[in-house]
Unconditional design. Structure first.
Length: 372
């Protein structure tokens, strides 16, 4: 698919889970056509560092297609000859500097002050994102979705849909995700990333200026997340050692080849990122807890009416498979329809984005299953 268009969606007022009310504008993309009955729509939710650009290209000359292009398009798993696919940007999208991203967050203007929000921007959650997406979906005249699907943080949004809007979706698919972000993941990779940014002297309590940003802190934050997102074998292949290099063995200032290669990758990847937006998104991921506001996790997951498919990866360090199995056990224990389909990949957590061939057939079968 080419010539994909980004569209804005705005709400003059939206009350967040924290109780604060703000105006919201996010971007969204669509692929395929909404049928006359308006019952063929699938909402795709993006992962932590991605955007709503899930498929296709903005221009034919674009080097890369959307991040789930392997699954979305004519004749593909999410067949755009059959389905109408919707994908939205999140609040505080970390790719604030990406010209194709439309988001509201600390780096955007507070209409009440005329200044950037900075860290006065209220805390948001992925429950909030499900609520904003609900407003987007219903504004399109859609009263029920064929499915809500997403990997990682996208799966967090999808589960919030299944719990808080149980009558709005036929199916829910959570890839490399779970009902609660593991405490180890929160402390080792999310909070540590936040600390890396806020301890950078250039962060200035979130009031840094363009051209003098906490790049060192953001580099470390992104490095921490990348180091957990892939598996050992992938790193050995992606950043090979050079056995005959000598400088790192004679000078403390010289980095080994694999360290230089990794650092270069991180530096290139972080070009569109914003530090404050990273902090807020990391906080949202840390706070992901479907049980919040309910008496228990069982109480929350017991609300799900949609058919549920959890797809974990056996080598995932951020969301090990037991978190997916936990969800399935609870939902089926309440009489719901849920299953777990485990995949194995050297990509670890990122298998849900980069190794889609491992679950494409299963996903297609799940989506095509007739409602009982």
């Amino acid at each position: 698919m080419q010539n994909v268009e980004k569209q804005p969606f705005s709400l003059e007022e939206y009350t967040l889970e924290c109780g604060e009310t703000i105006s919201v504008t996010i971007g969204f993309e669509t692929y395929g056509k909404l049928n006359a009955e308006k019952n063929n729509a699938i909402l795709v939710c993006h992962f932590f560092s991605a955007t709503s650009h899930a498929a296709g290209k903005y221009f034919p000359a674009d080097e890369e297609s959307g991040w789930w292009d392997q699954l979305i398009g004519p004749g593909k798993t999410m067949d755009t000859d059959r389905y109408f696919i919707i994908a939205s940007d999140t609040l505080c999208n970390i790719q604030l500097k990406n010209p194709h991203v439309i988001t509201t967050g600390p780096g955007t203007i507070n209409p009440k002050t005329g200044e950037k929000y900075g860290i006065t921007f209220p805390q948001f959650t992925y429950r909030d994102m499900a609520g904003i997406q609900y407003e987007l979906v219903t504004s399109l005249g859609i009263s029920r979705l064929a499915a809500v699907i997403g990997p990682s943080a996208g799966g967090m949004q999808a589960l919030n849909w299944a719990v808080h809007y149980p009558d709005m979706l036929e199916a829910c698919v959570c890839v490399i995700s779970g009902a609660q972000t593991p405490v180890l993941t929160s402390l080792a990779y999310l909070q540590s990333a936040i600390d890396a940014i806020t301890l950078d002297p250039k962060w200035k309590s979130g009031s840094y200026s363009e051209g003098s940003e906490p790049e060192a802190g953001l580099t470390l934050a992104l490095s921490l997340m990348n180091l957990a997102a892939y598996q050992y074998g992938w790193y050995e292949e992606a950043f090979p050692r050079i056995s005959n290099e000598s400088k790192p063995y004679t000078s403390m200032e010289e980095q080994p080849s694999f360290q230089r290669q990794f650092r270069n990758m991180v530096t290139q990847r972080m070009v569109p990122y914003d530090a404050n937006h990273y902090i807020y998104t990391a906080r949202a991921a840390m706070l992901h807890n479907i049980a919040h506001g309910f008496s228990s996790l069982e109480d929350a997951l017991g609300r799900i009416k949609a058919r549920l498919l959890m797809i974990p990866c056996t080598s995932d360090l951020l969301f090990p498979p037991e978190y997916s199995r936990q969800v399935v056990d609870i939902v089926t224990g309440h009489g719901g329809k849920a299953e777990c389909y485990e995949i194995s990949s050297p990509y670890g957590h990122m298998a849900g984005v980069l190794d889609t061939g491992l679950f494409a057939e299963k996903l297609a079968s799940f989506l095509n299953k007739a409602p009982e």
